[in-house]
Design a protein. Structure first.
Length: 314
C-alpha cells in the first residue's frame, strides 16, 4: 500500500514507519520537526520502500493538497502538540495543531477516499475507578486543552465516518515509552527517570506520587497502530491499547532507582489536570485485531535504558 504517516519523525511515529517498512509498504512521512528529529528516521530512509520525507505543517493546505496527489491507501495521523502542561499554558498552539490541522487532513482524506487512523490518547478519560480498567465506553473528561483538542478532533474524525462513510479509526493508546522518546519535559516519565538516574540526578515526582499510569512499550504501541489501519473491522471504532496493569509513580521510581534517597517529591505545576489513576482494558483490541502487549514493563525499561546509554540523542 501507499501510506502517509504524519508526525513520522516523532517518537511513536518513527516506530510506526519502521513497522510499515518491515511490512513492505511504500511510506511517506510528513513532519514539521517541531518536536521530531530527522535522526529518528535516519536508518529508515535507506529502505527501498521509504518514498519521501516532507518537511511541512498539517495546517498548510497547499502542502497537503500536493502531497495527497500520491493517492494514499491509509493516512496514519500522529502529528500533534503532545504536551499537557504546554496545552494549559498556551492552548492556542495545541488547538491549532490538534484540531484545525486534523480537520485539514480529514478534508484531503475525504477528497481522495483515504482511510484515516487518528491517534488520540488515554488522557481523554476520566480517572479509572474499577479494577477491570478503562474500556472504550468509559466516561471521558477533558482535564486539559490537550485532552479537549483530542476529543474535538476525534469527534470530527468520527463524523466523517457517519456523514461520508469515510473509513476512519480512532486510537487511544495509554502512556507509551521506549527508545527514541525524549528524556526532557513531561510525557516521558520512564525516559526522564532513566536519564536522571544515568546522570546521577535525583528523580523528581510531581505531587505525592500515588497517581498511576498504564505504561505501554513503544513497539507494542506501533504494532497496534499499524494493524488497526490494516483491518476493515476497525472502521468507525474507538480502540484502546495499554499494558493492562498500572503502577504508581512512586513504585515506578523505586523500580528504576533502588535507593529511595535519589527520589524527591515536588509540587505539581498544574495539579488540576492530573489524572489520579489510568488503567487500560484492551479487550476490544484483542477481539478486533488480535492485539495484546508483548513486552513486560521490566523488559521495556531495560531496552529503554540500553538505548539511552547507547546514544547522544536525548
Ligand atoms: N507518547 C505517548 O505516551 C502517547 C500516548 C498516547 C497517544 N499519543 C499520541 O501519539 C502521537 C505521537 O506522539 P509522540 O509521543 O510520538 O510525540 P512526538 O512529539 O514525538 O511526535 C509528534 C510529531 O508530530 C510533529 N508535529 C507536531 N505538530 C505538527 C504539525 N503542525 N505539522 C506536522 N508535524 C507536526 C512533531 O514534530 C513530532 O515529530 C500524538 O498524536 C500523541 O498525542 C502519545
Amino acid at each position: 500500500m501507499k501510506i502517509l504517516v504524519t508526525g513520522g519523525a516523532g517518537f511513536i511515529g518513527r516506530w510506526v514507519v519502521a513497522k510499515l517498512l518491515t511490512d513492505k509498504h511504500d511510506v511517506w512521512v510528513l513532519d514539521d520537526l517541531s518536536n521530531g528529529r530527522l535522526e529518528n528516521i535516519e536508518t529508515l530512509r535507506d529502505n527501498q520502500h521509504f518514498q519521501d520525507f516532507i518537511l511541512g505543517d498539517i495546517k498548510d493546505k497547499a502542502c497537503l493538497a500536493s502531497l495527497f496527489e500520491n493517492e494514499f491507501d491509509i493516512c496514519y495521523h500522529l502529528a500533534a502538540s503532545i504536551n499537557v502542561q504546554d496545552s494549559i499554558d498556551q492552548p492556542q498552539t495545541t488547538f491549532a495543531n490538534d484540531v484545525i490541522g486534523t480537520f485539514h487532513l480529514l478534508e484531503e482524506c475525504r477528497k481522495h477516499r483515504v482511510k484515516m487512523v487518528f491517534m488520540s490518547t488515554c488522557m481523554v478519560y476520566e480517572k479509572a475507578s474499577e479494577r477491570k480498567g478503562i474500556s472504550e465506553g468509559y466516561p471521558v473528561k477533558p482535564a486539559s486543552p490537550y485532552a479537549g483538542s483530542k476529543l474535538a478532533a476525534e469527534n470530527m474524525v468520527l463524523s466523517y465516518f457517519y456523514a461520508y462513510q469515510l473509513p476512519v479509526t480512532v486510537l487511544r493508546p495509554f502512556n507509551t515509552y521506549g527508545p527514541f522518546q525524549k528524556t526532557g519535559g513531561e510525557g516521558g516519565v520512564i525516559a526522564v527517570f532513566l536519564k536522571n538516574k544515568l546522570s546521577g540526578k535525583p528523580l523528581s515526582i510531581y505531587g505525592d506520587g500515588t497517581q498511576t499510569r498504564d505504561l505501554l512499550y513503544v513497539e507494542d504501541c506501533a504494532r497496534f497502530v499499524v494493524e488497526s489501519g490494516y483491518s476493515d473491522r476497525t472502521n468507525g471504532e474507538i480502540i484502546n491499547a495499554g499494558l493492562g496493569q498500572d503502577i504508581s509513580i512512586n513504585d515506578l521510581a523505586e523500580t528504576i532507582v533502588v535507593d529511595k534517597k535519589h527520589i524527591q517529591h515536588i509540587p505539581h505545576i498544574h495539579p488540576q489536570s492530573e489524572i489520579p489513576k489510568l488503567l487500560c482494558n484492551y479487550q476490544k483490541a484483542k477481539e478486533m485485531i488480535a492485539w495484546k502487549p508483548a513486552f513486560r514493563l521490566e523488559e521495556g525499561i531495560k531496552k529503554t535504558e540500553q538505548w539511552i546509554q547507547s546514544t547522544n540523542l536525548i
